[in-house]
Design a protein around this ligand. Structure first.
Ligand code: PFF
Length: 448
């Protein structure tokens, strides 16, 4: 094990960085639009079930592999098993990280536009973004999203280049709690809006008659996307953990905080969706159309809006630096590139693909593959297929193929954990998580 590897400095640093990776646009942008498209309450319940029954064990599995090997996903599989085929899961994780970075940066770019406009005092207007009367649709079909995508990726590259501890840890420690407080404040505001009831019922009253295989796939994909699992992010982060970090507790805490933020976002958005007559199933643009309406109602709306989009931009950055880390660690540790070159290569690829994603709302909107635009295809393939598949294989690997003593030693760490609890986690990894994910896939394929 290499001792000179960077490590996260403090306990708070560990939680702040894993939560920093987990909490981002996935909670505040993707969760409301997925819940809105898939009927609300029932989706939320199924989502929470997947987070804790499948997600938490998979985070533990990634932590076990990462800390025991102190390698990136590809190197971890190589080190723990002689069969080379396992490393293909690593390739899939790296591909998924690049696809996600590409479309995610487009949405992060939208937040930059909204930030710029609110700072100029315009966004909190019912005229829509830029106050030009055209709203989100006009903006998203133009050239500005491409520019913002590239600017966002440049920011991301700067932080990734500064290395693990300094850049990532410092930023997340301070900013995540501030974002959380701001969300709480917006939440209280939404709860007191007159007419909030309809939106809250939509979010919290499950109607199981609306559940079909697409809801199951959507909820599973959202759980994996939101927890940043199935592609090696939690694995690479845990490779920087110290031996004292309690793995199970950290996994449970990360999942709980992440879920809390998603629910807060839902409580902020859905009352407004119904009050302002928006369409819950509007898709990716949902939050960007609804939030300005909320800010418009608030006294000092421009200030709130500026603060919010600034923090959302930073929350996106703490997520994108984690997904970049997968690829950068792979380029450095497996291909022998310098960190600088690795980060530049990762950024160049994402800039190319991100441009295509940004244009898929405008000039490339007619280009459909499997009936999906490039943006939606990247999102669907990575979130709903690659991440759950990666998670399934990672849990099978840790449950069945790694020396049980390694698993136990990692879960115990320097603390104590009951034998029964250990068995429960191993049981989840061996049977529950793989079977659960497998069943959702079979349902998706129409086999059950
Ligand atoms: N979990 C992040 C979010 O919810 O915004 C997205 C994400 C980060 C996905 C890192 C995958 C990843 F590796």
């Amino acid at each position: 094990m290499s001792d000179n590897r960077a490590q996260f400095g403090t306990k708070l640093g560990v939680i702040a960085t894993t939560v920093g990776s987990a909490v981002g646009l996935g909670n505040i942008w993707r969760f409301p639009y997925e819940a809105g498209t898939h009927g609300g309450g029932a989706f939320l319940l199924i989502y929470i079930f997947f987070i804790f029954v499948i997600g938490v064990p998979v985070i533990c599995a990634e932590f076990i592999m990462g800390r025991s090997t102190r390698r990136n996903i590809f190197g971890a599989f190589r080190m723990l098993h002689t069969r080379r085929q396992w490393a293909w899961i690593g390739y899939m994780g790296i591909l998924a990280s690049i696809l996600i970075l590409s479309f995610y940066s487009v949405v992060a770019g939208w937040t930059l536009e909204y930030l710029g406009q609110s700072a100029a005092g315009i966004v909190a207007s019912t005229d829509g973004v830029a106050g030009n009367g055209g709203g989100f649709d006009d903006f998203s079909t133009g050239w500005r999203p491409v520019m913002w995508t590239l600017i966002f990726l440049a920011f991301n590259a700067v932080i990734v280049l500064r290395g693990v501890r300094k850049g990532i840890e410092k930023a997340s420690n301070i900013l995540m709690p501030v974002l959380f407080l701001l969300l709480l404040a917006f939440c209280v505001n939404s709860l007191f809006m007159s007419g909030a009831k309809e939106g809250l019922e939509f979010l919290f009253k499950p109607d199981f008659s609306k559940v079909d295989s697409s809801v199951l796939i959507g909820a599973l994909g959202q759980a994996f996307f939101s927890l940043s699992i199935g592609l090696g992010t939690m694995m690479i982060y845990s490779s920087y953990f110290s031996e004292e970090t309690p793995l199970v507790k950290s996994a449970a805490l990360t999942a709980s905080l992440d879920t809390l933020v998603a629910i807060l976002a839902g409580v902020i958005i859905f009352p407004a969706v119904f009050i302002f007559n928006c369409e819950p199933a509007a898709g990716p643009k949902l939050v960007f159309e609804v939030l300005p309406e909320i800010f418009h109602q608030l006294p000092g709306g421009v200030v709130w809006s500026t603060l919010f989009f600034f923090l959302l931009f930073l929350a996106s950055l703490t997520s994108t630096i984690s997904m970049s880390e997968i690829c950068v660690a792979f380029f450095c540790e497996q291909l022998g590139l310098s960190r600088r070159r690795a980060a530049l290569l990762n950024t160049a690829i994402a800039m190319g693909l991100g441009t295509l994603c940004a244009m898929s709302f405008g000039s490339l909107s007619g280009l459909k593959i499997f009936g999906l635009t490039i943006f939606n295809l990247f999102d669907y393939a990575a979130s709903n297929i690659m991440l759950p598949l990666g998670g399934m294989l990672i849990s099978v690997f840790v449950g069945w193929f790694i020396d049980r003593n390694v698993v136990k030693a990692q879960l115990k760490g320097t603390g104590t954990i009951s034998e029964g609890f250990l068995r429960l986690i191993v049981f989840s990894l061996k049977y529950v998580a793989p079977a659960g994910i497998g069943l959702v896939f079979l349902a998706g394929l129409g086999i059950i």
